[in-house]
Design a protein around this ligand. Sequence first.
Ligand code: ATP
Ligand code: MG
Length: 198
Amino acid sequence: MSSGGPIGIMGGSFDPIHHGHLLAASEVADRLDLASIVFVPAGQPWQKSRQELAAAEDRYAMTIVATAGDSRFSVSRMEIDRLGPSYTVDTLKELHQTFEPSALYFITGADALAGIQTWHQYEEIVKLAHLVGVSRPGHPLPNDEFVKRPVTLIDIPGMAVSATDIRQRIMTKRSIRYLVPAAVESYIRKHQLYRVAG
Ligand code: ATP
Ligand code: MG
């Protein structure tokens, strides 16, 4: 999956993956000149209080179909296949073994970045990867003083889309067209995802 050069890591629950995720990954790849971005759907996201996520296999499949058309993008099953809660620190350690990249760039949106200091083994995370924070509407980018570590902050075109909003739209029978790739919309319809409150 990687030629050994630097790679970007895009973690998330991807419940479902949407154009905000894809734009963020693409912009970071362009700006940092990364040939490869690996999307890592979480198995059991430890931060989420909501119990009912879509099945891991559905979230994985949607991530695959969403990223299929971009040769820079790939999807890893490592968190889905790992037992127990998905911790970023474990993923970064595993990536260091598997990919032997010269550098890992861990990508987060501004909302996730704001809370990153509370993440499990944060001090270890920042030793294993460079942090990259991208802008997200409604969530001001914290400065690197706040994160207390070097962090690359990247302003991207604002897409006020969230998976929470997409799930609510489906439950209330509103359109999700153009918020997610057409293939993801078809997948959700075919598998009847998000029709009942999680
Ligand atoms: P939910 O509403 O269920 O939390 P989400 O839309 O926030 O879903 P996640 O899977 O939680 O999606 O996010 C994965 C990563 O993508 C996080 O780092 C998050 O900050 C980032 N991200 C998600 N949506 C956007 C967006 N519209 N713009 C920029 N970054 C985003
Ligand atoms: Mg989120």
